[in-house]
Design a protein around this ligand. Structure first.
Ligand code: SF4
Length: 309
């Protein structure tokens, strides 16, 4: 799921054109797949989200993703034979009401939609995505062991990894399958490795927690109707652990030196922080944490977390 899961969420709610309000800053203390991806995409974006905690506006696509995830999760409350496409579709309005209650900021998405036409199209698209799931999986034959499972594990280095797994299936033989729903389209084959990073991250956490290497990692793309699977081996998990440790070391150094480089890509088009990004003529807010010189920060090698002792 594409929500923040590291306890340092970006805060939605900035108004159009406003300089976003800054909440209390704190050094990062754990890593989730989303935030790890942020740092790999652009270190400055990571800083804005995790350290400055700048507000971000809700987007139609991300909110629809949250809604569809909620529907798929709730459907498993029903007995297996009743997990049908019409039943799933019928859950959409109620889950949308619930989302508006728990996250009132999403209401602003349709504030200018007086006739309700855009909202109706948006809800219809959510229903289509829910319906497409039935062409990819058969929920009448599934009994998830876990849904929306919050997981957290500490590596030997002290680095804490955390996240939320959409679904965990456990076969009678004990084999574990980790499933994640995506409301977007499947990536082209050359980008599949990036998509699998999140799943290998979860596999590492599950392995650390349960000492079981998941048999299968499964990404279900509702936008394009594709399923991407990968059967990991121990070497994959060791590789992703090494990668995360290197990433965390880079985050530690940036946290202590205050040097967060912008890395412009075409993804900047989706970034909420162009107004405070030097690449777009902006100035970042004052760095809210204590800064050390790069030399003294280097001297801290071996510490795996910015707030580790
Ligand atoms: S606009 Fe681009 S370069 Fe600037 S912070 Fe956002 S992602 Fe990074």
């Amino acid at each position: 799921m594409e929500t923040s899961t590291d306890g340092t969420p970006a805060v939605p709610g900035a108004g159009e054109g406003e300089r976003p309000a800054v909440r209390a800053a704190a050094p990062p203390s754990s890593l989730s797949p989303s935030r790890a991806s942020d740092f790999m995409q652009c270190p400055l974006l990571y800083r804005f989200r995790v350290i400055d905690r700048l507000p971000e506006k809700p987007s139609e696509a991300a909110t629809r993703g949250t809604l569809v995830h909620a529907v798929l999760e709730r459907l498993f409350d029903a007995p297996a034979v009743e997990r049908t496409a019409p039943r799933a579709r019928s859950l959409v309005p109620g889950q949308w009401d619930r989302l508006r209650e728990t996250r009132p900021e999403v209401v602003e998405l349709f504030a200018d939609d007086a006739e309700g036409e855009r909202l109706a199209r948006w809800l219809a698209e959510a229903e289509r995505l829910v319906e497409r799931w039935f062409t990819l999986e058969d929920p009448t034959r599934l009994e998830p062991a876990e849904r929306e499972l919050f997981v957290e594990a500490e590596l030997e280095s002290g680095l804490r990894l955390r996240g939320i797994i959409d679904r965990v299936d456990v076969a009678p033989t004990g084999e574990v399958r980790i499933v994640d729903y995506k409301t977007g389209k499947a990536p082209r084959p050359e980008y599949a490795e990036g998509a699998l990073f999140q799943m290998k991250f979860y596999a590492l956490v599950v392995w650390r927690l349960k000492r079981v290497v998941p048999r299968r990692l499964q990404l279900v793309y509702l936008g394009s109707g594709d399923v991407l699977t990968y059967d990991p081996v121990m070497a994959d998990l060791e590789r992703v652990e090494r990668k995360l440790l290197a990433l965390w070391e880079a985050i530690r150094l940036a946290t202590e030196t205050g040097e967060w480089r912008p890395r412009p890509t075409k993804l900047c088009g989706w970034c909420d922080h162009q107004a405070v990004c030097p690449e777009f003529g902006g100035t970042p807010p004052p760095y809210p944490l204590q800064v050390r010189s790069p030399e003294s920060a280097d001297g801290g090698q071996g510490r795996m977390g910015p707030d580790a002792t």
